[in-house]
Ligand binder design. Sequence first.
Ligand SMILES: Cc1cc2nc3c(=O)[nH]c(=O)nc-3n(C[C@H](O)[C@H](O)[C@H](O)COP(=O)(O)O)c2cc1C
Length: 320
Amino acid sequence: MAFLGFESKVFMAPMAGITDAPWRTILAACGAGNLISEMAAINAIQRKNPKSWQIANVKDEPYPVVVQLVGNNPELFADAAKLVTDLGAYSIDINMGCPVKKIVNNHAGSALMCDLPLAAQIIEATIKATPLKVSVKFRKGWDNEHINAVEFAKMCENSGASYITVHGRTRAQGYAGVADWNIIGEVKSAVKIPVVGNGDIDSPQKAEQMLQQYEVDGVMLGRAMLGNPWLLHRTHHYLQTGEILSEPNASQIRQMLLKHLHLLVNYYGEHSGMAISRKHIGWYVKSMYDAKRFREQYTKLNTLSAAQDLINEYFLRIEA
Ligand SMILES: Cc1cc2nc3c(=O)[nH]c(=O)nc-3n(C[C@H](O)[C@H](O)[C@H](O)COP(=O)(O)O)c2cc1C
């Protein structure tokens, strides 16, 4: 047990377009690690927009799922928190770190790092509306001239957040450059609530390094998980036992890929499932033999059966 009832110190990072129900099913099958949704917009949830509703509806999933909300209005956050509570969330995370223009221009995501009073109102309103834990995910600051993660963390704590996640990059950095782990350490020293560190963790050993060096309570893995769903459990297992589980072989990758593809098609239907599968397939095979040609062929396919045939044929050559 990690903290606040989470089964692991290792968290999947929320990623729009990636951390959907099929992805969580895959991760759960790999073993332990805390699971999260994609971000769901509060006003869209309130309107019962089908896509956002689908993101937030985790009722039928047999493991705890953190549901992440994004928006800028305290009352709408309260309404959305109530709905998400009914839709089976284990806890609610508030996105105050998204750098995307469309979100920031709407005064949401990382724009809230520039408006602490509104951010505090949002956290308080959300907490009031739900019995669930409410956490906040944010960045180092807006840009190099406005680094306020420590002040922001204290605001989150004073507003009642259960825990916080800090991504060690500014909004201006987006996902470029190296994540600053020192700021995560500074935040950890400044608050009493649990702190999860995020940014550039791509191996079990790196996760251990962040935990040991900065004494954070948990670690969050993002882009290194793309095409590598095994990494969450491998990291959890290493932290628990000191043992490094072996990387998957080609046959295991093929089986995972086929399973993922089936889940996507079942969940989204064949047309959308196939379209969404393309990026995942590309990540799974990215460093494999002749991957470029395989990806090009895969992109042209529209049916599950053709996709299965191509995957099997490609891996037959790899596994031979
Ligand atoms: C494609 C993509 C989508 C993302 N979507 C979200 C999101 O919906 N909510 C969020 O809080 N962060 C989002 N992030 C940020 C990640 O959660 C994480 O903070 C970031 O990738 C840094 O971690 P990493 O270096 O391990 O990738 C996204 C990142 C990527 C690459």
